[in-house]
Write a protein that binds this ligand. Structure first.
Ligand SMILES: Nc1ncnc2c1ncn2[C@@H]1O[C@H](COP(=O)(O)OP(=O)(O)OP(=O)(O)O)[C@@H](O)[C@H]1O
Ligand SMILES: [Mg+2]
Length: 363
């Protein structure tokens, strides 16, 4: 998959940007606060219909404008399509070749992206919800059908939470919800385990290529027992839900389930969450994100790789190794940096560089 051309209108501080991207590396370079991350965010927005920095539409629209547009010409190996995201203060909408997709999945089947941004080190050192979000994102990147699995579980959890807030909650209704929740949760855990297995196959090697050493592993830690069949997992989950029912009613909250699971990351058999240095955490997250990309590729998707702030993220040696690794992986990579020599020095691949200055782009 390749993004051939990108057009941005009134997105953040970018009034009007048009860039040709037909290259393996597209570099947006320039001083601080010029619009580099905004441009990367526009590519991410085109691919995911979300921002990685805000949930608020209003923040994405240039101050004083009433709508932002991001358009991309995408070649997926067979056909070229034009994808478009339009954001107003109150809405977001997407089209494929000018038409709204029948279901969102149709849109996401046309474009996928994996992002690495400086704040992603929190995946290693932060709370479990960030690691679960990473696992769910990776499962989605590998297969867009994951979206429905995750959404069903989330919806049932929210509905059950609403029931529990009314005291005392209705036990008959709760038991009906729990049956459904147990099924949905079992499917969710299976999908998460499967993707974590696929990520783990690549993670160790990618991590040692970036960091230069180390034995790194990952494991999905669940409240459910081991196993790869739905029914026994659903039965185990239901038993847990029944056990905790009295306490849940008492506290008005749902306390057990895969919404509490975690991804355990280890470096040399020690918890990365507790012991990784800042730089080690960055290398781990980069390896996670590249594992996500390669796992998706195994299923036939070819996500773009978006790398925000390459210059500040790693020391010179690790940066060099990363750029070399990215060139070996045969992907299209969008990079922002304050130092444009970073990419050019490390690769013989095809590079297009654009200077970003005060919301404008020259290249
Ligand atoms: N909705 C908006 N309208 C206009 N300008 C905005 C909007 N949102 C953010 N900005 C401005 O965009 C500017 C550039 O931000 P961006 O994060 O892209 O910088 P950058 O080039 O990545 O800088 P750095 O090297 O520091 O990461 C910021 O100064 C910010 O004030
Ligand atoms: Mg930036």
């Amino acid at each position: 998959m390749k993004l051939l051309r990108l057009s941005v209108r009134d997105w953040r501080n970018l009034p009007e940007v048009d860039v040709e991207c037909d290259a393996d590396f597209v570099v947006f370079w320039g001083d601080n606060a010029q619009g580099k991350t905004n441009l990367l965010e526009a590519v991410y927005g085109l691919a995911t219909l979300k921002s990685f920095r805000t949930r608020k539409n209003r923040e994405l629209v240039r101050w004083g404008a009433d709508r932002a547009l991001v358009k991309g010409r995408i070649h997926d190996g067979h056909v070229e399509r034009e994808l478009k995201l339009e954001v107003t203060h109150k809405s977001r909408s997407a089209t494929i070749d000018g038409k709204p997709p029948r279901v969102l999945r149709e849109y996401f089947d046309g474009i996928r992206a994996v992002l690495f941004a400086p704040e992603d080190v929190a995946i290693v050192r932060g709370a479990p919800d960030l690691r679960r979000a990473f696992v769910d994102r990776a499962a989605f990147t590998a297969s867009s059908t994951f979206l429905e699995v995750a959404q069903l579980h989330r919806r049932l959890l929210d509905q059950k939470a609403a029931l529990l807030r009314r005291f005392p909650a209705d036990r008959v209704q709760l038991s009906i919800f729990d049956e459904q929740l147990a099924q949905a949760g079992a499917h969710l855990v299976l999908r998460r385990r499967r993707i974590v297995g696929e990520l783990d196959e690549r993670f160790g090697e990618l991590h040692s290529r970036i960091s230069g050493h180390g034995d790194s592993t990952m494991r999905y830690r669940s409240c459910l027992p081991a196993g790869d069949e739905v029914e026994p997992l659903a039965a185990a989950y239901l038993a847990l839900l029944e056990q905790s029912r009295d306490g849940d009613i008492e506290r008005g909250a749902n306390r057990v389930g895969p919404q509490r699971d975690d991804l355990v990351l280890q470096l040399d058999e020690k918890s990365a969450r507790n012991f990784a240095s800042q730089g080690q955490a960055r290398s781990v997250v980069l390896a996670l994100k590249l594992s996500e990309l390669l796992a998706a590729r195994e299923r036939g998707a070819r996500p773009l790789f978006l790398l925000d702030d390459l210059s500040s993220e790693l020391d010179r040696l690790r940066r060099g190794r990363l750029v070399e690794l990215l060139s070996d992986l045969d992907l299209q990579c969008f990079v922002t940096t304050t130092d444009p020599s970073v990419v050019a020095a490390g690769t013989s691949a095809d590079v297009r560089s654009y200077e970003v200055e005060n919301g404008g782009v020259t290249g």
